[in-house]
Design a protein around this ligand. Structure first.
Ligand SMILES: [Zn+2]
Length: 104
């Protein structure tokens, strides 16, 4: 598990160094579904009554539905460390720890 966490940390830091723009758009559901399909994502888990979907894209890398706060560029991140601090042991991440690193 530790080596997998290190690999995730390395990839996250590589993306941060790339200084990719973070784009936020609100789209009609059908358009949003097509948009995220390009990134091998799906909106299947969104309740059917949700028709306007906020999509966050890390430019040309990943896009998904998200209502959260994001930096305008991955380069604003100061670097991820110690992912295991946020690991709760059952496959869940403690977002507060992760978010603190992102916003610091
Ligand atoms: Zn998000």
């Amino acid at each position: 598990m530790r080596s997998l966490l290190r690999e995730i940390e390395r990839i996250a830091n590589d993306v941060a160094k790339e200084e990719r723009t973070v784009v936020v758009n609100t789209l009609k559901r059908e358009a949003a579904e097509k948009y995220v399909e390009n990134f091998h994502e799906s909106l299947k888990i969104l309740p059917s009554q949700v028709q306007d979907v906020r999509i966050v894209e890390i430019k040309d890398r990943r896009a998904c539905a998200c209502g959260g706060t994001h930096l305008k560029s991955t380069g604003k991140n100061r670097g991820y460390q110690s992912f295991e601090e946020g690991f709760q042991g059952q496959g869940h991440w403690k977002n507060s720890v992760f978010g603190k690193k992102v916003l610091s």
